[in-house]
Design a protein around this ligand. Structure first.
Ligand code: NAD
Ligand code: IPM
Ligand code: MN
Length: 374
C-alpha cells in the first residue's frame, strides 16, 4: 500500500484524548483506501516543556526533533497546547503557545482556513435561533504568521507609557506589522476560494483606526480587481463580530488578519453548535498542519468527554489539501454527518432534545464515526 507519514502532535489537556480518535479514523480510512498512515507522536507545548525540563537540557515548547519530524512528514496533525500548569506571566518564561507559534512560523504556514460548516442535525445545539442558521456556509481565511502575534513584544520598567499618569512603572508593548506581500497572498487565496464558492469576499479590518488595516484594504482591493467574478466588500471588525451573530448567512469568504481571525472564528464556531466542531487547515508552501480551532480545554481534560469532531474534520481537511484523497475526505464528512443525523452527541453538542443514551464520550464518538465509515 501507499504510505503517508503523519507527524502527530498530541500536546496538552484534551489533546491526547482527541488525537487518539483521529488516529482511529485514519486507520479506518487507510483500510478502505489501501493506504498506510504511519503516525509518529512528537512533543509540543506544555508536554515538550516538561520533557525538556526533565532532560535537563534547554527548555523548549518546540524541540528540534519535533520540527525535523514535521518537515520530514507528509502532513502534521496537531491537537492543542497549553494549560494552567504552564500559565506563567513572568517575562521570559517559556509558554506552550510559543511552540505552536514557532511551528507555524518555521513551516511558513501563513494561511489558516476555518470552514464554518453547518450540520443540519446540530441547529438546536447552536446558541442562535434556527432561522438565522438557514444557508450558513462560510469560510474564514485567517492570516497566520504576521500581525500582533509576530511583532516585537516588550516589557520595560521605568518608561512612561502614553496615557500614563506620569509615574514610573512597568510598560508593555506589542506591535502589529504587515507587509503588502503578506496581505496579498492571503487575500489572493480568499478570492480564489470565493470564485469556486458564491463569489463573495468580505475583508475585515479596522481601517478607521489602524495603519496596517488601511494598507490591508488597499491591497485587498488591488488583489480583488484580478478576480472579476468575485465581489470584495470591506467591513470593520467590530461590525463583523455583530453581523456574524445577527445575519451569518450573508458571508461567503471572510478574510482577515491574524488576531481578528482568531477572535471571529471562535465566535463563528457557535453557529455550528460548539467550538468542538471547528476544524482548521494551516497552509503554506510546504508541509501543512491541521488543527482544531479550539484549545486544550483544561476544564474538561482527562474526563473523556471532549468532542473529537473538530479534530476528525481536521483529518478530513488533511486528506483533501495535503494528500489529494478527496474521495476519502468526502466519505469522512458523510460519516460525521450520518453519526450526527442518527442523534449521537458529545455533551457540548447535546441539547434538550438529545436522548440521554445518545450522549457519548470522546472514544465512543470516535468509534461511531469509524463504524459509519463502514
Ligand atoms: P479552549 O478552546 O481550550 O476552551 C474554551 C471552551 O470550549 C472551554 O469551555 C472548553 O471546555 C470548550 N471546548 C474546547 N474544545 C472543546 C472540545 N473539543 N469539546 C468540548 N468542549 C470544548 O480555550 P481556553 O480555555 O481559552 O484555553 C485553554 C488553553 O488552550 C490555553 O492555554 C490556550 O492558550 C490554549 N489554546 C490552544 C490552542 C491550540 O493549541 N491550537 C487554541 C486555543 C487555545
Ligand atoms: C488558535 C489559538 C492560538 C492562536 C493560540 C493558542 C496561540 O487560539 O489557534 O486559535 O491564537 O492562534
Ligand atoms: Mn484561537
Amino acid at each position: 500500500p501507499r504510505t503517508y507519514r503523519i507527524c502527530t502532535l498530541p500536546g496538552d489537556g484534551i489533546g491526547p484524548e482527541i488525537i487518539a480518535e483521529a488516529k482511529k479514523v485514519l486507520a479506518a480510512v487507510g483500510a478502505r483506501h489501501d493506504v498506510e498512515f504511519v503516525c509518529t507522536d512528537q512533543l509540543i507545548g506544555g508536554a515538550a516543556i516538561d520533557a525538556t525540563t526533565e532532560a535537563g537540557g534547554p527548555v523548549s515548547a518546540l524541540p528540534d526533533t519535533t520540527l525535523e519530524a514535521a518537515r520530514a512528514s507528509d502532513a502534521v496533525l496537531l491537537a492543542a497546547v497549553g494549560g494552567p500548569k504552564w500559565t506563567n506571566t513572568n517575562a521570559g518564561a517559556i509558554r506552550p503557545e510559543q511552540g505552536l507559534l514557532a511551528i507555524r512560523k518555521e513551516l511558513g504556514l501563513y494561511l489558516n482556513l476555518r470552514p464554518v460548516r453547518m450540520f443540519r442535525a446540530l441547529v438546536g445545539a447552536s446558541s442562535l435561533k434556527p432561522e438565522l442558521l438557514e444557508g450558513v456556509d462560510l469560510l474564514i481565511v485567517r492570516e497566520l504568521t504576521g500581525g500582533l502575534y509576530f511583532g516585537a513584544h516588550e516589557r520595560e520598567w521605568g518608561v512612561e507609557g502614553a496615557g500614563g499618569n506620569g509615574a514610573r512603572g512597568e510598560f508593555a508593548r506589542d506591535t502589529m506589522e504587515y507587509s503588502e506581500y503578506e496581505v496579498e497572498r492571503v487575500v489572493r487565496w480568499a478570492c480564489q476560494a470565493a470564485s469556486r464558492r458564491r463569489g463573495r469576499v468580505c475583508s475585515v479590518d479596522k481601517a478607521n483606526v489602524l495603519e496596517t488595516s488601511r494598507m490591508w484594504r488597499e491591497v485587498a482591493h488591488a488583489v480583488g480587481a484580478e478576480f472579476p467574478e468575485v465581489t470584495i466588500e470591506d467591513m470593520y471588525v467590530d461590525n463583523a463580530s455583530m453581523q456574524l451573530v445577527a445575519n451569518p448567512a450573508q458571508f461567503d469568504v471572510l478574510v482577515t488578519e491574524n488576531t481578528f481571525g482568531d477572535i471571529l472564528s471562535d465566535e463563528a464556531s457557535m453557529l455550528t453548535g460548539s467550538l468542538g466542531m471547528l476544524a482548521s487547515a494551516s497552509l503554506g508552501d510546504g508541509v501543512a498542519l491541521y488543527e482544531p480551532s479550539h484549545g486544550s480545554a483544561p476544564d474538561i481534560a482527562g474526563r473523556g468527554i471532549a468532542n473529537p469532531i473538530a479534530q476528525v474534520l481536521s483529518v478530513e481537511l488533511m486528506l483533501r489539501y495535503s494528500l489529494g484523497m478527496d474521495e476519502a475526505a468526502d466519505e469522512l464528512s458523510a460519516a460525521v454527518t450520518r453519526v450526527l443525523d442518527e442523534g449521537w452527541r458529545t455533551v457540548d453538542i447535546a441539547d434538550e432534545l438529545t436522548a440521554a443514551d445518545r450522549v457519548l464520550g470522546t472514544s465512543a464518538m470516535g468509534d461511531k464515526i469509524v463504524e459509519a465509515l463502514g
